[in-house]
Design a protein around this ligand. Structure first.
Ligand code: PMP
Length: 449
């Protein structure tokens, strides 16, 4: 590796960073993370902190899982690449699809279509939803409904169903025929409804109204996260997803559960939809499928949707796929990661440590006026909304958010900023002591405001 001076001098000079301003990155160079062990990361200056971000909601097994690392290394020796496009396949892909299928059998998942990441998985589900309706003789069902504040990745389809303005406006025109319902977000919503169950009812009614307005026979699918992640960790009432499922069923609309974050234990169960007792028609997944060790995603298809494709005429051929769909090295990572996820029963620790983190932050909220709202309680997904005026719920300014972030970092925890929210999703293997380290670092961060 090049020496430290080279790295510091060239940081952000040639490399453009996702989700950031290239000029700002040059003026204020991002942290260079050089190593990681367990749940800790180390930067180029030797400063070690707990990674409360878990990479990017993805390093579910922590950084030191040797079983997954070895599986990747072995597969590189055995067969570093072969395509799974029609006409060929590879052994690890067959094994990985079997493992993913078993993992989500309780969710009604019947088939697995591998991708290179979350955005690809979302795109795959959206396209397959349209094709499904065509195969059933309903080609007018092309529209998509989603939630404001939802995040579904960065491809044109995903960006079109995204519910946050900043991911959309610069890239207009997006896909036509995408419509958004209010988020199940009691802290701020157009109805000023603070009761989560009543809010769920109001949004369900808005969904019904939108269907009546658009015409059910024009709508392909509803895509939603069971718990909204990047939008600020918005946990809906337990009635919300079942209500949406029932409306979808009544109108022949497919339900796509975007489980890129919530899948594989992060939400305290193996899937987010399982929390709410819902079986989706499709699921988009990524991140925890390999614990972030290799870029893999998967679109998962229910038995009943799969049958429509499999029993169809030539129109059922799927003209969609990625060079790296079912990549053998990625597939080896998937099989090893799922085996480790089950062996360590990560969902149980995620639930316990998630409660500890959530309750700890609630205690901090009694002490620090800048905390407007605390969200979580379902696994290791915690969101803190920071305000400059608690009564008026005024979003905190960027400079102050950066100060909280940097102070917390210096005090021992890397957290993530999403506008005026602090988002946390540490590895699911985190210990009680390490959660306390995050809480004490946050305490110092808020004290600096
Ligand atoms: N869907 C959801 C719910 C996500 O949180 C993300 C990424 N955070 C994506 C899709 C996109 O995944 P990727 O960044 O792997 O393309």
């Amino acid at each position: 590796m090049k020496d430290e001076n080279f790295l510091k001098e060239n940081n952000a000079r040639q490399l453009w960073h996702p989700m950031g301003h290239p000029g700002e990155a040059q003026a204020n160079p991002p942290k260079i993370i050089t190593g990681a062990q367990g749940v800790n990361i180390t930067d180029i200056d030797g400063h070690q902190v707990v990674d409360a971000v878990g990479g990017l909601w993805c390093v579910n097994l922590g950084y030191s899982n040797d079983v997954v690392k070895q599986a990747i290394a072995d597969q590189l020796q055995e067969l570093p690449y072969y395509s799974a496009f029609a006409g060929s396949t590879n052994p690890t892909a067959i094994e990985a699809a079997f493992a993913v299928h078993e993992f989500f059998a309780e969710d009604g998942i019947g088939r697995v279509f591998f991708t290179s990441g979350g955005s690809d998985s979302v795109e795959t589900c959206l396209r397959m939803a349209r094709q499904y309706h065509r195969l059933r003789g309903q080609p007018t069902r092309t529209k998509f409904i989603s939630l404001k504040k939802g995040y579904h990745g960065t491809h044109f389809g995903g960006a079109s169903v995204n519910g946050n303005n900043r991911f959309r406006t610069k890239y207009e025109p997006l896909l036509p025929g995408c419509f958004h319902l209010p988020a199940p977000y009691p802290y701020r919503n157009p109805y000023n409804e603070t009761d989560p169950a009543k809010l769920a009812q109001l949004i369900a009614q808005a969904f019904e109204d939108e269907i009546a307005f658009q015409g059910a026979d024009t709508i392909a699918a509803l895509i939603m996260e069971p718990i909204l992640g990047a939008g600020g960790v918005i946990v809906p009432d337990s009635s919300f997803m079942p209500l949406m499922r029932e409306i979808c069923d009544r109108h022949g609309i497919l339900l796509i559960s975007d489980e890129v974050i919530t899948g594989f234990g992060r939400s305290g169960d193996w899937s987010g939809a399982r929390h709410w007792g819902v079986k989706p028609d499709m699921m988009s997944t990524a991140k925890g499928i390999t614990s972030g060790y290799f870029p893999v995603g998967a679109a998962l298809i229910s038995e009943s949707v799969a049958e429509v494709f499999e029993k169809s005429d030539a129109e059922g051929a799927i003209y969609h796929g990625y060079t790296y769909s079912a990549h053998p090295v990625g597939a080896a990572a998937v099989t090893a990661c799922l085996a480790e996820t089950l062996r360590l029963d990560t969902k149980t620790n995620a639930a316990a440590r998630g409660t500890q983190l959530f309750e700890g932050v609630q205690k901090l909220a009694e002490k620090h006026d800048c905390i407007g709202d605390v969200r979580g309680g379902h696994g290791l997904m915690t969101g803190i909304e920071i305000v400059s005026d608690k009564a008026a719920k005024t979003p905190m300014d960027d400079a102050t958010m950066k100060r909280i972030h940097q102070t917390a970092y210096e005090a021992g925890a890397m957290v993530r900023l999403g506008a005026h929210n602090i988002l946390m999703s540490p590895p699911l293997t985190i210990s009680e002591t390490e959660v306390n380290t995050i809480l004490s670092a946050l305490d110092k961060g808020f004290a600096a405001v």
